[in-house]
Design a protein around this ligand. Structure first.
Ligand SMILES: Cc1cc2nc3c(=O)[nH]c(=O)nc-3n(C[C@H](O)[C@H](O)[C@H](O)COP(=O)(O)OP(=O)(O)OC[C@H]3O[C@@H](n4cnc5c(N)ncnc54)[C@H](O)[C@@H]3O)c2cc1C
Length: 400
């Protein structure tokens, strides 16, 4: 049975991309979003990888994202007082910094222009499969039917538990996320993203074209949801961040130079453990719902986009939906789980105790490790989807 129609649950990053890719594959898709409109997520910045941009080129949205993104042509790792410049990767675009809400808006607008229908205030509450298709039920009492349903409903996915009531939940990585902009009295290198292990915790920073410095912190802390984190005032958070990072250079200046209005508390950072069942007969997962690799990898949005496109490609080439879902899972699982493993290792370094952290700069052969890490990242970032060719499992797995 060829799939002709799809319901996509979630209008974040993976949802609009999946809809555009499915349209290209000849499947009519509608997107259902719980929020009242697009780009309702908390505005924080994310690093966008070259493989994500390459994947967006498949649906013709790459240039629209390049236009709103800030390229980081240099990356540096700071370990205490030591700085290790990471070699630039040849033949791939630089890492980009993009505001997450802007990214979501651009993808939404691209999909709307392509004629994709979005329905808002549609919170999925249940779904049933039958031999002919799937029925989705929404909180407002309405329902919708199609041949298949795609769960692009993020890290707390309901579709994941509809597919498997015993599916694992996302795990807390042990750190809270913060995003901010600061004005400081000195000039930092342009187009440079610095990953920095301070005395007590990890943070990143980069310069903006308007002279401000963008920065983000991963603060070891007990778990807080984003709502709980935002209940604490930005002034209080800046005080807490100062206590942790104040002795680090330039973190102390960044905190002092941040207007509380420019600080966003994101809440606990998550990682998705391996999900045993990616799909049922007519429902399938894409993006953070099935493979959130943790923010440490800088790959969450890019992997979500890749998976959305590969899923559409499998549905284009394989008539039976369950077989298409199986193939999709087989070509994606090794890549996304490999990247998540790397994220998990980085997360462990972010929550190290102070003694271990003090010895970190002494472990400078770590610089060699950084080079190795760079090689791994180079492999991750060179991934390209050959949309025009038929899905070939062997060829896909050669990328892993
Ligand atoms: C602090 C932080 C930093 C990050 N940094 C990076 C980074 O540097 N680089 C990177 O690539 N990624 C990063 N990410 C990850 C990235 O944001 C996600 O990987 C990406 O947003 C996943 O897209 P998605 O579409 O799968 O999920 P989301 O973007 O979460 O979208 C899910 C959508 O589904 C909707 N939804 C949920 N439940 C329902 C329901 N029942 N019914 C209808 N709609 C529903 C939600 O409202 C939402 O709009 C970061 C994430 C965080 C939290």
């Amino acid at each position: 049975m060829t799939v002709k129609t799809a319901l996509i649950i979630g209008g974040g990053i993976a949802g609009p991309v999946a809809a555009c890719a499915l349209q290209k594959a000849g499947v009519e898709a509608r997107v259902f979003e719980a929020y009242a409109g697009p780009a309702f997520n908390i505005g924080s910045t994310l690093g966008f990888a070259p493989n994500g941009l390459a994947a967006l080129d498949v649906i013709g949205a790459g240039d629209a994202v390049r236009a709103i993104a800030l390229p980081m042509t240099h990356t540096v790792m700071n370990l205490g007082r030591k700085s290790v410049p990471l070699p630039a990767l040849k033949d791939v675009e630089p890492l980009q910094v993009v505001d997450r809400s802007d990214l979501q808006s651009v993808l939404h607008d691209h999909a709307v222009k392509a004629g994709i229908e979005f329905e808002y205030n549609k919170r999925l509450v249940n779904a049933e499969e039958n031999p002919d298709g799937v029925v989705a039920h929404f909180a407002d009492g309405t329902s919708a039917t199609a041949d298949i349903l795609i769960g692009a409903d993020g890290i707390k996915s309901l579709v994941r538990t509809l597919i498997d009531p015993n599916a694992p939940d996302a795990e807390y990585t042990g750190v809270l996320g913060f995003g901010a902009y600061a004005r400081i009295d000195r000039t930092l290198p342009e187009e440079t993203m610095t990953f920095s292990y301070g005395k007590n915790a990890y943070y990143i920073y980069w310069t903006q074209p308007d002279g401000r410095v963008g920065w983000g912190a991963n603060l070891p802390h007990r778990y807080l949801t984003s709502t709980q984190a935002r209940e604490i005032s930005a002034v209080d958070w800046l005080r807490i961040l100062e206590a942790t990072y104040g002795g680090d250079n330039p973190a102390g200046e960044l905190i002092a130079g941040t207007d509380p209005a420019d600080l966003v508390a994101i809440g606990g950072n998550h990682i998705m453990p391996p999900v045993p069942h990616w799909h049922s007969q007519r429902m399938v997962l894409v993006g953070d719902s099935v493979h959130a690799p943790s923010n440490s990898t800088g790959q969450g949005a890019s992997l979500a986009i890749e998976s959305a496109i590969q899923l559409a490609r499998c549905l284009r080439d394989i008539d039976d939906p369950t077989t298409a879902f199986d193939t999709y899972e087989r070509i994606r699982r090794p890549r996304v789980e490999g990247i998540a493993k790397r994220g998990k290792r980085i997360n462990q370094t972010k929550t190290m105790g102070p003694i271990m952290r003090r010895t970190l700069p002494v472990l400078m052969p770590l610089a060699t490790k950084m080079m190795k890490l760079n090689e791994v990242m180079s492999r991750e970032q060179r991934y390209v989807i050959d949309w025009d060719s038929r899905v070939d499992e062997q060829a896909e797995l050669a990328w892993v």
